[in-house]
Design a protein around this ligand. Sequence first.
Ligand SMILES: [Zn+2]
Ligand SMILES: [Zn+2]
Length: 359
Amino acid sequence: MAKSPETEHPVPAIGYASRDESGVLSPFKFSRRATGEKDVRFKVLYCGICHSDLHMAKNEWGFTTYPVVPGHEIVGEVTEVGSKVTKFKVGDKVGVGCMVGSCRSCDNCSNDLENYCPSQILTYSSKYYDGTLTYGGYSDTMVSDEHFVVRWPENLPLDSGAPLLCAGITTYSPLVYFGLNKPGMNIGVVGLGGLGDVAVKMAKAFGTKVTVISTSLKKKQEAIDKLGVDAFLVSSDEEQMKGAMSTLDGIIDTVSAEHPIMPLISLLKSHGKLIMVGAPNKPLELSVFPLLVGRKLIAGSGIGGMKETQDMLDFAAEKGITADVELIPIDYVNTAMERLLKSDVKYRFVIDVAKSLKA
Ligand SMILES: [Zn+2]
Ligand SMILES: [Zn+2]
């Protein structure tokens, strides 16, 4: 007989789990493995709420294994390290993002691109090497192989920095890889939510001029006053969009809902790049002709490798980049999910796990 989540491992843990497609999260007792030779165990302090958590809690992408304890923007303090751990010691502040394992030997893994490993193990609702289910950061304790743990920079806030582990690397990686990080470039960011907020800050920190493209005027003043964006386009305003044709070197599209992309392509200069980092669950409409005229490129990008995630955190610390967050207790998580669904948050919820989750 298969062991229950509560007894399959030796270390007791408590978290919040969704048990079915309702996505409703409630207290859940489970267990974590003993600290292996290369493992780092840590007390979870803060965990961001990513839109993926919501999709996964409700099985909207079709690959959730229940019960699911979401959370992949996890920051904590090391409580125990295995005998062969070299990078961390007890008391260190650390982070775990979207993955906790990979094959470590394929081409991608050999090139610090564990995020593109076909055997990548996600932080939650994924099968670990030992065949047991992985559980995320809406929980009191975490354990991870040190390779998938990042060092937390000293001057980076733990709470508002947590979202960088997903939102930060998701936007930093394509800006760097596609060369959209040169000072003076014109970069567009589509959608000003959890990802968009950080995308703007990353792009600004690289010295580019940033244009936000949004469906409504609602966030314009704030984007200009607080985020310092250089221009703001309302995508439904044809005149505005026309006026901005062929002005952008690149666009980071963070929108996960179905939306038209042809108007975005027309905003690009020749050789401009449209990079998709959101994940709409229906196909988007693409007419090829506008790509040929101007040799434009559309690409996707998914989080980043472990080395790059560390680089990104160090860059964020140096440039003072954090997410705008609303700190919540864990028993508020279902309300937070409802509000997230309505985009009623500026711009990321972060759970104060250590203060609000009691065994
Ligand atoms: Zn995420
Ligand atoms: Zn691999």
